[in-house]
Design a protein around this ligand. Structure first.
Ligand SMILES: *Cc1c(COP(=O)(O)O)cnc(C)c1O
Length: 447
C-alpha cells in the first residue's frame, strides 16, 4: 500500500474550500455582479425557469472574470442568456415573473417551452435503453457493441451546469425526462449476459458528484467481471471542483478507489470535460491532475465546440497543448447537439472542421490523438473530415467514428456542401441516394 495520498498536496492549495452551491435563488445577486440592469436580470431569470442553473464558489471566485462579464466565456458557460430561447417565450415568462404569477403557472409555461427543445437528442431516453429478462434497464444505455453507459441515480447532478449541456433535461426536475439507475446489480447481470461489452462508462450528471464510498459501491462489484477492460468516468469535476481530488474529506478515498481499479488490471479512463483553457490554469487543477495520474488512471479530454465560448482555433490549440503538457490525452471535439439552445450555440459544420484543422495542424502528434468535429447522432458518431471538391462538386467528407453497425465504422462517405448546415439532419448525401447508415434508420438522423 502506497502512502502517496496521505501526504498533503504539495503545490498551491493550502486552503480547503468548502463546496458552496449557487442556484436560481442566488441568480439575481450574481447577475447584478455582472452589471446587468434589472430588466436584463428579469430576462435571464425567465430563461432560468426553463434551463437549469447551478454553480459553485470555485467557479464564481476562481474561473469567471467578472470584469469581462457578461461577455466573459466562463460567465457564458454558466449563466442563462436572454437569446437562448425564442423571444416570445422569454417575454411571456418574464411577464409571469414580473407579475409574480403563482409558481404553478410559471412551471407550466416553462414545461411547455422545454418540450419544444428536443430534450432527448439521439433517442437517448428510449432508443438505446437495453432490455434484459423482459424488463427495461433504466439508467443503462447500450448503443455500441463494446461499451455500456451507466447513469447512477446518485450521480444525477454536477458541481455546476454548463449552459450548453445536452443532458440538461435531467436537471429540471421532470421525472419523465430523467435517466437513472437504482443499483448496479442489474447492470452486472446484463454485462455477464453480454460478454462482448468490454467497457463501462459511468456518466450522468457527473458521477464525481458522488462520495467515494458511494461510487465504490458502483464500481467495485464490476471488478470481478473478467470481460471488462476499462472503466470510464465522464466528468467535469476537474474543471468545476478540483478540490474533489485534493482537500474534500473523501479525496484520498477516491484516489484509492482509482488505484484499486488500475491494480485490478483495468484501464481507468477519466474522461475530463474541459471547455476553455482558463479551466486548466488554476494550481488546484494542476495538482488534482497530478494526483489522479499518480493512481495510474489515464485522463482523456473532450468538449463540444460552442459559439461565443470556445469557437476559436487558437483557443483549442492552447487547450490541447496545455492538456498534453499536463499529461492528459486530447480525445474528442464534439459538435453541439441538437437540443436545448442549440441555435444559440451552434457552429456550422463547415466552420467547425476549419477550426479543428487550424488547431490540429499546429500541435504535435502527441495531441493529435484528438478526433472531431464529431456529431453524436442517432446512427453513431459522425466525424466531419473536411471539405473537398470531387468531380467538380464541393462536398463534405465524413466518416463514422462509432456506429451501431460496426461494419460502417471508418468508411468514408460524402454529403453535399452546405455552409449553413449545423447537424447531420441538415445534410444530404452526395454521389449516392442515401447515407450508408440509412439502411439502419428510416431517415437522416432520426430513428
Ligand atoms: C461516445 C459514446 C460511447 C463511447 O464511444 P468511444 O468511441 O468508445 O469513445 C459509448 N456510447 C455512447 C452512447 C456514446 O455516445
Amino acid at each position: 500500500m502506497t502512502l502517496i495520498y496521505d501526504a498533503a498536496p504539495s503545490a498551491a492549495p493550502t486552503l480547503s474550500p468548502k463546496f458552496r452551491v449557487f442556484t436560481t435563488r442566488h441568480l439575481d445577486e450574481l447577475l447584478a455582479r455582472a452589471g446587468l440592469t434589472p430588466d436584463q436580470r428579469l430576462t435571464a431569470r425567465a430563461v432560468a425557469t426553463v434551463l437549469p442553473f447551478r454553480t459553485n464558489n470555485y467557479v464564481v471566485d476562481e474561473l469567471i472574470d467578472w470584469h469581462a462579464a457578461p461577455d466573459d466565456p466562463i460567465y457564458r458557460l454558466i449563466f442563462p442568456q436572454e437569446d437562448m430561447l425564442p423571444s416570445e417565450d422569454v417575454a411571456h415568462l418574464a411577464d409571469l415573473l414580473r407579475r409574480q404569477a403563482p409558481t404553478g403557472e410559471v412551471a407550466a409555461a416553462a414545461t411547455a417551452v422545454r418540450r419544444r427543445l428536443n430534450p432527448h437528442p439521439a433517442g437517448q431516453l428510449q432508443l438505446n435503453v437495453p432490455t434484459f429478462a423482459g424488463d427495461e434497464l433504466p439508467g443503462v444505455q447500450h448503443k455500441y457493441d463494446e461499451t455500456a453507459l451507466f447513469f447512477p441515480r446518485q450521480g444525477q447532478t454536477c458541481h455546476a451546469y454548463c449552459t450548453y449541456c445536452f443532458r440538461w433535461a435531467q436537471f429540471v426536475g421532470e421525472p419523465d425526462l430523467k435517466m437513472a439507475a437504482e443499483d448496479v446489480g442489474r447492470l452486472k447481470e446484463y454485462l455477464l449476459a453480454h460478454p462482448g461489452i468490454t467497457g463501462v462508462l459511468f456518466t450522468g450528471g457527473d458521477p464525481m458528484i458522488m462520495r467515494a464510498s458511494v461510487l465504490s459501491r458502483h464500481i467495485e462489484p464490476l471488478l470481478d467481471l473478467e470481460q471488462l477492460e476499462s472503466i470510464r468516468i465522464g466528468t467535469k469535476s476537474l474543471a468545476y471542483w478540483p478540490y474533489k481530488f485534493l482537500t474534500d474529506p473523501d479525496a484520498d478515498d477516491m484516489l484509492r478507489l482509482f488505484e484499486k481499479v488500475v491494480r485490478s488490471g483495468r484501464n481507468l479512463a477519466f474522461m475530463a470535460h474541459f471547455t476553455h483553457p482558463r479551466e486548466l490554469a488554476s494550481p488546484a487543477v494542476g495538482e488534482a491532475v497530478r494526483r489522479i495520474r499518480d493512481t495510474g488512471a489515464i485522463i482523456r479530454t473532450q468538449a463540444p465546440l460552442i459559439r461565443s465560448i470556445n469557437d476559436d482555433a487558437v483557443l483549442w490549440e492552447s487547450m490541447w497543448r496545455q492538456q498534453t503538457r499536463m499529461g492528459m490525452i486530447p480525445y474528442y471535439m464534439f459538435v453541439e447537439r441538437d437540443t436545448g439552445p442549440q441555435d444559440y450555440f451552434a457552429v456550422p459544420l463547415a466552420r467547425a472542421q476549419q477550426i479543428f484543422r487550424d488547431a490540429y495542424r499546429n500541435v504535435s502528434g502527441l495531441a493529435r490523438t484528438v478526433r472531431g468535429p464529431s456529431m453524436s447522432a442517432t446512427p453513431g458518431k459522425v466525424c466531419v473530415d473536411g471539405v473537398v471538391e470531387l468531380s467538380g462538386e464541393k462536398v463534405f467528407a465524413l466518416h463514422l467514428i462509432q456506429c451501431r453497425d460496426s461494419s460502417l465504422v471508418n468508411q468514408p462517405f460524402f454529403a453535399k456542401y452546405d455552409p449553413e448546415a449545423i447537424w447531420l439532419d441538415d445534410l444530404e448525401p452526395a454521389f449516392a441516394d442515401r447515407f450508408p447508415f440509412e439502411d439502419l434508420t428510416s431517415a437522416n438522423g432520426s430513428p
